[in-house]
Design a protein around this ligand. Structure first.
Ligand code: RB5
Length: 151
């Protein structure tokens, strides 16, 4: 599976630990930056290119990390086709994919430790959308909202 990762300065340290972890377990990883720690950088500059790559199918899933994960989630969800969520616990890391077809996981580098982040990422990447009718119906409504067909 091809995946992408991005982080601002708040998520940079966690990203640098997660990168070798992911390639070590066999994922093809594209890094959308930041490529160095710069305390003045802005999360949209890294998260939006990642989100666009997820939406375009250049990578199957994305991981975006900022200090809290909040800004990353807000920015990523502005990109049509992206279903991003800030995740802190295991259940939502896989259920968000199974039920809601979440395609971009957001983490807080200042609130989630390395081991917990690895477990959340594995749960996210190994999960599959069930395709159940009720979930498809709900996703269709979200898509209609995105397409401005629903108010
Ligand atoms: C940057 O200091 C911080 O605000 C950012 O990484 C993130 O937490 C925003 O949600």
């Amino acid at each position: 599976m091809k995946i992408g990762i991005a982080a601002d300065h708040g998520g940079y340290d966690l990203k640098e630990v997660i990168r070798p972890f992911l390639t070590g377990v066999g994922y093809k990883l594209t890094d959308f930056g930041a490529t160095r720690l710069d305390n003045a950088d802005d999360y949209p500059d890294f998260v939006v290119p990642l989100a666009r790559a997820v939406a375009a199918g250049h990578v199957e899933r994305g991981i975006a990390i900022c200090g809290s994960g909040v800004g990353a989630a807000i920015a990523a969800n502005k990109v049509p086709g992206v279903r991003a969520a800030l995740i802190h616990e295991h259940f939502s890391a896989h259920q968000g994919v199974e039920d809601d077809e979440m395609n971009l996981l957001c983490l807080g580098g200042r609130v989630t430790g390395v081991n917990a982040a690895q477990e959340l990422i594995v749960a996210f990447l190994e999960a599959k959308f069930t395709g159940a009718e009720r979930h498809l119906r709900r996703l269709q409504k979200v898509q209609q909202l995105e397409n401005k067909e629903l108010r």
